[in-house]
Design a protein around this ligand. Structure first.
Ligand code: AP5
Length: 211
């Protein structure tokens, strides 16, 4: 099963993606996590992506399509994958559709996480993430030890207010058109109310996946 998570920054794609992947027994692939790891490792791909990411802009489609291809062709994704933030432009959506068709598969569902802007900003300004396992947290200060893996919690450079404004603007301009593109192509897009209790959101997402 291949499920694409869509939604603005801070909508909970990472948080819920982890839970959904665990319930379905398939991996979660997040381009943001792959790119941050490349930056930490100082690879060529990481160096090329860093300035775009720090400003809150999108990394070029060619880089993302390469990551998608590697991830989806790997044995770990043989049973499927939860794609978190992997599709942010119409060319990426077209590229993914072609890639999965070439692999003899299809995208089963687009899950669109819906959260009002003021709540997104509140969530992002209170977020820290583990520099090792990438789990996002709220209510922990940078420097705290990750309760899950023992890594160190840090604040993401693109969670600074100016970069957050850019990310929201970029989402409206470049990623929202993907929703219209998917609906125009009769693909299955389910909108999820992603506010409130984490378990309730997971239940709504699982219900949408199973329907
Ligand atoms: P990425 O890392 O994917 O960032 P994003 O899409 O902006 O999303 P976030 O990680 O900020 O939020 P999220 O929706 O995962 O929410 P989370 O679960 O953390 O991408 C970063 C950058 O990489 C991009 O800007 C771009 O430069 C580049 N990039 C990546 N993919 C790309 C692509 N395909 N094309 C081009 N460029 C690409 O939750 C947020 C906070 O809220 C957390 O603190 C969490 O604990 C809390 N929270 C979650 N749910 C709830 C709830 N129900 N109630 C209260 N708090 C909650």
């Amino acid at each position: 099963m291949i499920i694409v998570l869509l939604g603005p920054p801070g909508a909970g794609k990472g948080t819920q993606g982890e839970r959904i992947a665990e319930r379905l027994g398939i991996p979660k692939i997040a381009t943001g996590d792959v790119l941050r790891e490349a930056i930490r490792n100082g690879t060529e791909q990481g160096l090329a992506a860093k300035s775009y990411m720090d400003r809150g802009e999108l990394v070029p489609d060619s880089v993302i399509l390469g990551i998608m291809k590697d991830a989806l062709s790997s044995p770990a994704a043989a049973k499927g994958a939860i794609l978190d933030g992997v599709v942010r432009t119409v060319p990426q959506a077209e590229g993914l559709t072609k890639l999965v068709a070439d692999l003899g598969r299809k995208v089963d569902k687009f899950l669109l996480f819906d959260v009002p802007d003021d709540e997104l900003i509140r969530r992002i300004s209170g977020r820290t993430v583990c520099d090792k396992c990438q789990t996002p947290y709220k209510g922990f200060e940078p420097g705290t030890t990750c309760p899950k893996c023992g890594g160190k919690l840090v604040r993401r450079p693109d969670d600074e207010p100016e970069a957050v404004k850019t990310r929201l603007r970029v989402y409206r301009a470049q990623t929202e058109p993907v929703i219209h593109w998917a609906r125009d192509h009769d693909l299955d897009v389910a909108e999820i109310d992603a506010t409130g209790d984490l378990d309730a959101i997971t239940r709504r997402a699982m219900k949408a996946i199973q329907s």
